[in-house]
Design a protein around this ligand. Structure first.
Ligand SMILES: [Zn+2]
Length: 285
């Protein structure tokens, strides 16, 4: 069953959001999901719910969009905590002092971090996407949440396992308690890559028998030096190898490339596009 479920809109002109419904139903204090491109005020290629400040968009429009998502997600805008993503594998632990960083401007964002984790109630972790894979993490026992941005570079540099290891090292999370969700992103139907990327994926296979066992699913050759890549499946296998139970990993079937009416797609729209946002956090109750 699709884990990311369309949320009923509170207002007619409100943002169209996908909620990680299995998690938020099980833990009512949790908010977690993924935005679409609809229900905001941005124009042109960023129309209309662009949530990121680093693309060509009017900053005031982005702030209005973010405030709309904040209201619909049940988390105050003050709680939004943003990082400057660099397609790396650094995981940052968000403290209560950092609550709200980066929500109004990029200078103030947490720098050089593609994954965020926290156990602080009232902090909403955010990250931004147009095809890359969002990885959401939840340890309901230690009440820790995490969010990682996994494009192909983040995936092959193992940002998913790095996030899990940070949760274990800093919060005593046990891998068998951690749940993971792989969110809307470009699917194997739309994501052709070249030798440069395939070499890195083969490098991962060399060190990860779980992933190598699924190589025929993860890589489907199309032409010499080219193949369709299933980044979600590669992430799933890496999370599994890092200790997450297969039954605790949920994966979307939403492809951002197939549904440009609903999502921004960097690949399908030639880069001149907006960004969706993934979010997770414990609400103050
Ligand atoms: Zn597709």
């Amino acid at each position: 069953m699709e884990p990311f479920v369309l949320q009923r809109k509170k207002h007619d002109d409100g943002p169209v959001l996908l909620e990680l419904k299995g998690w938020t139903d099980a833990y009512p204090a949790l908010t977690a999901g993924f935005t679409t491109r609809s229900g905001g005020v941005s124009e042109g290629g960023c129309g209309s719910l662009n949530c990121a400040l680093h693309v060509q968009d009017d900053e005031q429009h982005v702030i209005v969009n973010r405030q709309r998502v904040a209201e619909a997600s049940g988390m105050p805008f003050d709680a939004w905590t943003c990082a400057e993503q660099v397609h790396g594998n650094h995981v940052h632990i968000v403290t209560s002092d950092e609550r709200g960083r980066g929500r109004l401007n990029r200078d103030d964002a947490i720098q050089n971090a593609d994954a965020l984790v926290t156990d602080v109630t009232g902090v909403m972790l955010t990250s931004f996407y147009a095809d890359c894979v969002p990885l959401l993490f939840l340890d309901p026992v230690q009440r820790v949440v995490g969010l990682a941005h996994a494009g192909w570079k983040g995936t092959v540099s193992k940002i998913g396992p790095a996030t899990i290891h940070t949760m274990m090292a800093n919060y005593d999370c046990r891998p068998e308690h951690i749940r993971a969700a792989i969110g809307p992103s470009i699917g194997p139907c739309c994501y052709e890559v070249d030798e440069r990327v395939l070499a890195e994926v083969n490098h991962v296979f060399a060190a990860c028998p779980e992933a190598r066992a699924h190589a025929d699913t993860i890589i489907r050759p199309t032409a010499p030096g080219h193949a369709m890549l299933d980044l979600r499946e590669l992430n799933r296998q890496l999370l599994n190898q890092a200790g997450i139970l297969t039954t605790n990993i949920e994966c979307t079937s939403w492809c951002t490339g197939c549904h440009t009416d609903m999502f921004f797609s960097h690949r399908m729209e030639g880069g001149a596009t907006g960004r969706m946002m993934s979010w997770i956090g414990w609400r103050m109750t």
